[in-house]
Write a protein that binds this ligand. Structure first.
Ligand SMILES: [Zn+2]
Length: 490
């Protein structure tokens, strides 16, 4: 059995001013051909699952391109056409093939297309025709469109957020395409799209309204003829028609059953509407006071409005400024600032450092803030995720410098944007996250996978920015209306 495989993945944020060009893919992870197998074998990602499953069952995988960029503004025309061109060329060069197996995200917007994945799947369908199965994994934050559903044979969504089931879903997708090729199943997909566009804070899978919807999905999955049911929380930081929640039901040849399943869960979602409002947000000053008064650490302050994993600049200063003003001196924060890294490198380890950092990308994440201290460490900024999310994946922060301010406040400055979802981000810089009283994490929720067990307390902080929890603070023009939470009547 010969399967072409690849990945073109991006979660776009149309409110971000940072373009996503080819360099952005190179910085995060951009592999060609056999390189893909070497880089992603053994990782907890869908491609890691494709590779593990294929090697176990003797399936021949033909790798083409695997590219992933940190979330930011729309993908540039050049980047999109280059990556899609490499995927299509790979399919052409593969000769006889039995199927195409992809890792996609599902919330990609490009300069030319609101529905990046729909465009990718349509191009593949044109290339391979109607008889070759095309199966893709998609993220729980996917905004699933009708075009994606029409062009793919099957789409398999993550069941977890934070996403810790990448490899598992990859293996499921592989098994699905294998069964299609062997004519054991004939998938039919139906999508339902309730008028809901929740913030990611409320699409966790360990608590909140999604838990009940996933339970309903699991119940349907145990019925004869139902192959898979995915509940997508969607991604609200893109101003496109299909942003938001969707349900996808996959049955074995029974479109009526698929429609019934999708509609049933969609109705349940609408009934839970009010539950999708963020409920745990704490204002900045209150959060800092609570963290400083806590008897034990680390207390995690999640900087919800500045999450690079959602397209933000990663140089927001709101919480850092509040910590400095409150005199908190036992804390750690990761912040991107290329100029500041260069200054620290020039000063050298133990050198004095005094400059305004952060707040330099746009006007949504606070003004630059002056810090004065000493350079404690300079590293190459590379490490391997220990997980449980994206375990085994190599991360490159660019050059990284740690500035020690006062007694024990460590500012980890990086050249590249990162949501510090894996504590190795601190350890590679010589900072022990467990020993800090306060950890500021520029992350919307993925950090919970690794930090929940070590944190004495976790506080979602209501910080403005490109990934703000207040969706009514953004100007939407493209999304379908009415929609929760922009409109009262849905
Ligand atoms: Zn996601």
């Amino acid at each position: 059995m010969r399967l072409v495989t690849g990945k073109i993945s991006h979660e776009s944020n149309t409110f971000s001013v940072i373009p996503t060009d080819l360099e952005a893919f190179r910085q995060r992870g951009y592999y060609r051909d056999k390189e893909i197998l070497c880089a992603l074998r053994g990782t907890n990602t869908p491609l890691g699952g494709f590779i593990a499953g294929a090697e176990r069952s003797g399936i021949h995988l033909i790798p083409t391109v695997a590219a992933d960029a940190t979330p930011a503004g729309p993908v540039t025309r050049e980047a999109f056409e280059t990556l899609l061109g490499q995927l299509i060329d790979g399919i052409r060069d593969a000769g006889t093939l039995d199927g195409v197996l992809l890792q996609l995200h599902g919330a990609m917007v490009t300069e030319d297309h609101d529905d990046g994945e729909g465009e990718i799947l349509a191009a593949i369908r044109t290339e391979v025709g109607d008889d070759v199965p095309v199966v893709a994994t998609v993220d729980l934050h996917a905004n699933v469109t009708e075009r994606m559903v029409q062009k793919a044979t099957a789409l398999i969504g993550y069941d977890t957020n934070p996403h810790v089931d990448g490899r598992e879903r990859g293996e499921e997708a592989l098994s699905c395409i294998e069964r299609v090729i062997c004519r054991e199943i004939e998938p039919v997909m139906v999508r339902a799209q309730p008028p809901l566009m929740p913030h990611p804070l409320r699409v966790r899978t360990d608590t909140g309204p999604l838990v009940h919807l996933l339970e309903a999905a699991a119940k349907w999955e145990s019925e004869t003829g139902v192959l898979d049911v995915s509940v997508f929380g969607g991604w609200p930081h893109v101003d496109v028609r299909d942003a938001g929640l969707s349900i996808l039901a996959l049955t074995d040849g029974d479109s009526e059953l698929a429609l019934r399943v999708a509609r049933d869960i969609s109705r349940a979602a609408v009934l839970k509407k009010e539950d999708f409002r963020p409920q745990t947000l704490v204002e900045i000053d209150d959060a800092v006071t609570r963290a400083m008064k806590a008897p034990n650490g680390p207390v995690v302050l999640a900087e919800i409005g500045d999450s690079p994993a959602g397209g933000s600049s990663g140089d927001g200063t709101f919480i850092l400024r509040a910590l400095l003003e409150a005199g908190a001196d036992d804390a750690a924060i990761v912040m991107r600032d290329v100029e500041a890294v260069a200054t620290a490198v020039a000063a050298g380890v133990r050198g004095e450092f005094s400059m305004e950092i952060g707040g330099k990308t746009d006007d949504m994440h606070g003004r630059p803030v002056l810090i004065t201290g000493r350079v404690r460490a300079i590293t190459d900024g590379t490490y391997v995720n220990r997980g449980p999310m994206a375990t085994g994946v190599t991360v490159d922060l660019g050059r990284t410098a740690v500035i020690r301010v006062g007694e024990k406040l460590d500012v980890v400055l990086t050249e590249r944007r990162i949501s510090p979802v894996d504590p190795e981000v601190f350890r590679q810089a010589g900072v022990s996250p467990e020993s800090k009283k306060i950890l500021v994490l520029k992350s919307g929720g993925h950090f919970r996978a690794a930090y929940t067990s070590m944190a004495a307390d976790i506080i979602d902080v209501n910080v403005p920015g490109v990934t703000s929890a207040d969706l009514t603070s953004f100007e939407y023009h493209g999304v379908r209306r009415p929609i929760f939470p922009l409109d009262d009547d849905v």
